[in-house]
Design a protein around this ligand. Structure first.
Ligand code: NA7
Length: 528
């Protein structure tokens, strides 16, 4: 049986960096990846319009100055194909693929207490032994197909945005239906509307979306950032979400309505996620949040010609509670004659028929049906693997009431197992690339500490874990996010999933805590 110091599950940006970092520190590493290439999210989400909602100069690795200097992004927000090119470039540049086993799904990970090792079994039935496991399985990698009655009866093409085929389907002359109006749908809808003969969008909950104002990369801006990239990165990592979003220090309620709208207008024209940083209290004061929501509603009314459609597209939830979407011509698309919006908020889709979708007693006929229905986020991919820690305890049992861990990195009862950007860490509410590198660096330091102190095992204590969960919840409960909507941040999008706000809010304070734990000989961990 092959043995490694470290097994990494997943070859997205987290797994790739974990491999590079740990290998360079002298650990033997094997990465297991389901796909036939690197890139994770950017490998799977190939739907037309897929694009990152973080500026490309920020959504990239910073561990290598040479890498960040030599790579040139062509647009302000990078498209999926360009990000996948970047992932492949990194894999080649650092010779990663020789330690990645592609086309391999990990079926189980069982901890053997006698020798403090993990037994890893693949779906093909191959066995491996490893001292440490790093779960780089991604936050949005288990796609969600709702249990629509009759889905298998549909005779046309069924697609999910999260598992889009490598060969692009042709929508020329087709009647297309899309279920869902989250970020993926909002990116996809304008392109399908232009391509297909007709497009029908089934909306259960409207999403807030801010224009991206994507553009070719401003070369002078890029030159300025690259002239002092390290400081640009350092300054961003001091911000709440590790993003260069120019946070405001004032309350939305300190200004008159006209002054406030001037601020929102400036942010709207700048575009993207920085809209959320217009005022300091949009995330924790409902009255402040309503002013932002009303501003976006007024924009929707301005853009969408049919007032009834504009009304339907205007979200009634807390802005930012579901992930804010970033679009190119989303609302404008509903002015097209070949696009229809169907409200399914009051009555769910009845069933899928051989010809299409039955909703509100009407059968809509399609050649292709696209499910933009999201993911079992943050925990889905982890819980898909049969992970058993000490005494055979499974992670499914341990997390039956919601995820519990310490620092969002380690789980009591599961020694030597680490999760990257898992629940209990800033994860999806920070710049993911920054969060990934911070996690990998922390884990690498921890493994080096064990090695230099001749220790074999690290495990979060039960009390440290309980205190951590309390802290994550206490921070979240100071905001509008846990209760302001049904979002995937809380698991509310998956029927039966325990509802708990999963990310740790506030990147800088999180990093401080991780560093403090490490500096104090890994306080809260049992080392053996
Ligand atoms: P999201 O944001 O979870 O959106 C999924 C959409 O699918 C959303 O509009 C859902 O409506 C809708 N949905 C889910 N299940 C159903 C059923 N059963 N019936 C009708 N409609 C349904 O996923 P995305 O892929 O768009 O984005 C995920 C993240 O990827 C995104 O936040 C970015 O970070 C990148 P609902 O809102 O639940 O009523």
């Amino acid at each position: 049986m092959q043995k490694f110091d470290v097994a990494v599950v997943g070859a997205g940006f987290a797994g790739m960096y974990a491999l590079h970092k740990l290998r360079s520190l002298g650990f033997s590493v094997r990465v297991f990846e389901v796909g036939d290439g690197v890139g994770g999210t950017w490998y799977w989400n190939r739907y037309p319009g897929a694009r990152c909602d973080v500026n490309s100069l920020e959504y990239s690795y910073q561990f290598s100055e040479e890498l960040q200097q030599e790579w040139n992004w062509s647009e302000r927000y990078a498209s999926q194909p360009e990000i996948l090119d970047y992932a492949n470039h990194v894999a080649n540049r650092f010779d990663l693929c020789r330690d990645i086993q592609f086309n391999t799904r990990v079926r189980s990970l069982h901890f053997d207490t006698k020798c403090d090792t993990w037994h890893l079994k693949t779906e093909q039935g191959d066995d491996f032994q490893t001292q440490f496991c790093i779960m780089a399985t991604g936050c949005l990698s288990k796609h969600n197909i709702p249990k629509f009655e009759g889905l298998d009866d549909f005779t046309g093409t069924v697609l999910h945005t999260g598992t889009w085929p490598q060969v692009q389907p042709d929508f020329d002359g087709q009647r297309v239906g899309i279920i869902g109006t989250g970020s993926s749908a909002i990116q996809l809808i304008p392109l399908i509307a232009e391509w297909a003969a007709s497009l029908t969008v089934f909306q259960r909950t409207a999403s807030f979306s801010i224009p991206a104002h994507n553009a070719p990369m401003d070369k002078e801006h890029e030159r300025q950032i690259k002239a002092d990239y390290a400081n640009f990165r350092a300054a961003n990592s001091q911000r709440y979400a590790a993003l260069n979003n120019h946070p405001s220090a004032i309350s939305a309620l300190e200004l008159t309505a006209t002054e406030r709208d001037t601020v929102y207008q400036t942010r709207w024209e700048d575009g993207g996620l920085t809209f959320l940083a217009s005022f300091k209290d949009l995330g924790n004061n409902l009255d402040a949040n309503r002013t932002a929501a009303e501003f976006v509603h007024s924009k929707i009314r301005e853009i969408v010609k049919d007032p009834a459609v504009a009304e339907l597209l205007s979200p009634q939830t807390v802005l930012g509670c579901k992930r804010l979407c970033v679009d190119t011509d989303y609302y404008q698309t509903f002015n097209r004659r070949n696009v229809t919006l169907v409200d399914i908020s009051k009555a769910a889709i009845e069933k899928i028929t051989a010809n299409g979708v039955l909703s509100n007693g009407i059968e809509y006929e399609f050649d292709a049906l696209i499910l933009a229905t999201g993911f079992d986020a943050m925990t889905g991919a982890l819980l898909d693997i049969d992970i058993r820690g000490k005494n055979g305890l499974s992670l499914q049992e341990k997390w039956q009431d919601g995820p519990k861990n310490y620092l969002g990195l380690t789980v009591n009862g599961f020694p030597n197992l680490f999760t990257i950007t898992g629940p209990g860490s800033p994860s999806v509410l920070a710049n993911m690339m920054v969060a990934i590198e911070q996690h990998v660096d922390w884990i690498a330091d921890c493994l080096c500490y064990l090695r230099s102190n001749s220790l074999q095992c690290v495990e979060a204590s039960a009390s440290a874990e309980a205190n951590w969960i309390e802290l994550v919840n206490a921070i979240a409960n100071q905001t509008l996010f846990p209760t302001g909507c049904n979002s995937w941040y809380t698991g509310a999008n998956i029927p039966g999933k325990p509802r708990i706000f999963m990310p740790y809010l506030g990147y800088p304070s999180y990093v401080e805590k991780c560093e403090d734990v490490a500096a104090n000989n890994y306080r809260g961990f049992e080392l053996g």
